[in-house]
Design a protein around this ligand. Structure first.
Ligand code: FES
Length: 77
């Protein structure tokens, strides 16, 4: 879902940037332009950043192999 229509910035882009260590709108704006044109997305962008910080992306993917053993595979993308 688009957060910033002016700059085509999606929630996923913001979540990925937060996971990479960019934790402020100023940092994300410098990289994407988010909130730097009309500014209508400012509050939504801040909310996505806060939600991403509250629930960081999992570094592993839980998988159950055919024998029923639970595995944690490293996330690659
Ligand atoms: S919608 Fe983000 S700057 Fe306009």
């Amino acid at each position: 879902m688009y957060v910033c229509v002016c700059n085509a910035v999606t929630e996923r882009t913001i979540r990925d940037l937060v996971a990479e260590g960019y934790h402020t709108l100023n940092e994300i704006q410098a990289l994407t332009g988010c909130s730097g044109t009309c500014g209508r997305c400012h509050d939504h962008a801040e909310a996505v950043i806060e939600a991403s910080l509250a629930r960081p992306a999992s570094p592993v993917i839980p998988v159950i192999d055919p024998s029923g053993t639970s595995l944690l595979l490293p996330r690659t993308a």
